[in-house]
Ligand binder design. Structure first.
Ligand code: KIV
Length: 269
């Protein structure tokens, strides 16, 4: 075990990991027991995703998730963590209605225990990113398949194929300029994600975005084989790990060693 494995993961530390080519292993969590198991397993970043609307609450999309839901689950998770960086999702409609509203929502998540908030999209979101960044709130961007826009996309579909890739490249650069400290790339071709990763100064964390991102994130339930309609970028680590904590350890090892995701678990251009 390296000495740095004991260091708390901070925002500047993520940049060091990118600079040193050390992969970031991230998972979603929604409660204290799973969060503690992730910490013991060496997970670097824990995301309280609004995916909780689907995997915890049973909704078909993330749209019904409220700020109170996110703050509650963020507090539950944060109580269980020592080393990982904690990112909390800003739910649908908490950052589209004005800068002050966004600041209040982000503040509530930080007070619940988050170290960083995540906002989906670019365009009108850029001003909000810059506003939060200027007020000392670290922000993670999220582009590609942004689940809060599932209705606009007409389903959970791969984004950025062919000429649409240019749009995502521009969004990534603009988000970095606006002040994001990390960037989630979801369901985009592996080559495009690799190119964005090479050119933006902030760490990219991929989900269905190929092995060349600076890190990987998956929904916890998917890693534990609970998704009966899993997309191609999901791997059941419980099958190899033998236990829940073992599955998290196997995931960390596969991400750090570059064994996850494979080409078959990624999208072509
Ligand atoms: O809500 C979530 O879990 C997410 C990840 C899938 C990146 O945003």
């Amino acid at each position: 075990m390296r000495q740095t494995d004991h260091v708390s993961v901070t925002v500047p530390y993520l940049r060091i990991m990118k600079a040193e080519g050390r992969k970031i292993a991230a998972l979603t969590a929604y409660d204290v027991s799973f969060a503690q198991a992730m910490d013991r397993a060496g997970i670097d970043v824990v995301l309280i995703g609004d995916s909780l609307g689907m995997v915890v609450q049973g909704h078909k999309t993330t749209l019904p998730v409220s700020l109170a839901d996110m703050a509650y689950h963020t507090a539950c998770v944060a109580r269980g963590l020592e080393r990982p960086l904690i990112i909390a999702d800003m739910p649908f409609l908490t950052f589209q209605g004005g800068l002050e509203d966004a600041l209040r929502a982000a503040g509530a998540l930080m007070q619940a225990g988050a170290h960083m908030v995540k906002l989906e999209g670019a365009g009108p979101v850029l001003e909000t990113v810059a506003y939060l960044h200027a007020r000392g709130i670290p922000v993670c961007g999220h582009i590609g398949l942004t689940p809060q826009s599932v209705n606009a996309f007409g389903g959970f579909k791969v984004q950025g194929r062919g000429e649409r890739g240019g749009e995502l490249r521009v969004q990534a650069h603009k988000l970095a300029e606006a002040g994001v400290d990390a960037l989630v790339l979801e369901a985009v071709p592996a080559m495009l994600a690799a190119e964005i990763t090479r050119h933006v100064p902030v760490p990219t964390i991929g989900i269905g975005a190929g092995r060349d991102c600076d890190g990987q994130v998956l929904v916890m339930h998917d890693v534990l084989g609970l998704n009966t309609r899993a997309p191609r970028f999901v791997r059941d680590f419980l099958a190899h790990g033998g236990s829940i904590e073992g599955a998290f350890r196997a995931y960390v090892e596969a991400v750090r060693g570059g064994a996850f995701p494979t080409e078959a678990e990624s999208y072509a251009s």
